[in-house]
Design a protein around this ligand. Sequence first.
Ligand SMILES: Cc1ncc(COP(=O)(O)O)c(C=O)c1O
Length: 382
Amino acid sequence: MIYLDHAATSWPKPPEVLRAMADFLERAGGNPGRSGHRLSLAAGRIVYDTRETVAALFNAPDPLRVIFTPNATQAINLALSGLLKPGDHVVATGMEHNAVMRPLRHLEGRGVRLAVVPCARNGTLDPGAVAAEIGPSTRLVVMTHASNVTGTILPVSDVARAVHRAGALLLVDAAQTAGVIPIDMQSAGIDLLAFTGHKGLQGPPGTGGLVLGDRASAAEMTPLVRGGTGSRSEHEVQPEDFPDKFESGTLNGPGIAGLGAGIRWVLDRGIDLLRARELELGRALADGIREIAGATVYGPENPEECTAVVSFTAAGLSPSEIGLRLDDEFGILCRVGLHCAPAAHRTIGTFPEGTVRMSLGAGTDAAEVKTAIAAVRAILRG
Ligand SMILES: Cc1ncc(COP(=O)(O)O)c(C=O)c1O
């Protein structure tokens, strides 16, 4: 079996992640931040350690500004519905995932004004086009860091400058880039960073978070859910403290322990080194498929401008047919269709059928890439 679906979720997870999850359940199984006995304190320490690890990874100003959520979708929903009020103006791009577009369309129905800045057919974004949409009532600009369809990396820092000139905030969806390319929230000017734990960070499903920079005020953001936090239990109103205000209910302790181990695994190997490897393999895969007669590869030609995600179509064969044959005949697992991102497929001209998407990960090797190219060539030859 060859697993080329790391943009959906990374697999297999490092053994350290599995061990950390089992250890949490065996040795630290109390409720973090609740009971105050040794098992609860041990669990709380592991959760706090992961908070610190996340903050260090993204150069966040404070570990307490790391809010754990079950995935990137919840983190994005928290940021959008927590910040935007009727009458506010929000700007998004033409490459967004439905984790961004669906809550935005919902909020639009409640009086939030939405502008979607078109991207080029290879998914690239002109930061000047975003700047042109920003006005006095713009509260937030939300953008994916890299497309899950084409891998195209969007110009976050350039957009951040325009956003801050207007006094607005920048929310970045880093679902595809956390652990894949270096992210420094402070130097890039990211005010809110939504990440998922189960892709490039090598953590388990059910983990993710929203990290707030200095300019994002907790007081101005409403929580998605309210309830028990283990703190200020004498009050029936939600506490204002960070991160409790946004973390009601028991946290996913084993998942957070696994996430911490996943991030440490990534940092031990070095994001730059992992990225250099994926760049080379991504280039080989994209070039190999581009050379096959009848195949069209989407996204920028320069692999430096994208993550190791290769989306393609073939004349005369549907993406789902290709995906089925890759799995059945060659044991190659990838994802076909719209990848929860219809806006991106409209941008690149592949709506409604979508593409075949092969996405590489930390464990992918050159032999697997060669086999994948040969399999696509064999299928397209008929
Ligand atoms: C660009 C992008 N945003 C958001 C998400 C949602 O992530 P999660 O599954 O953690 O909610 C994904 C996952 O596929 C994604 O690729």
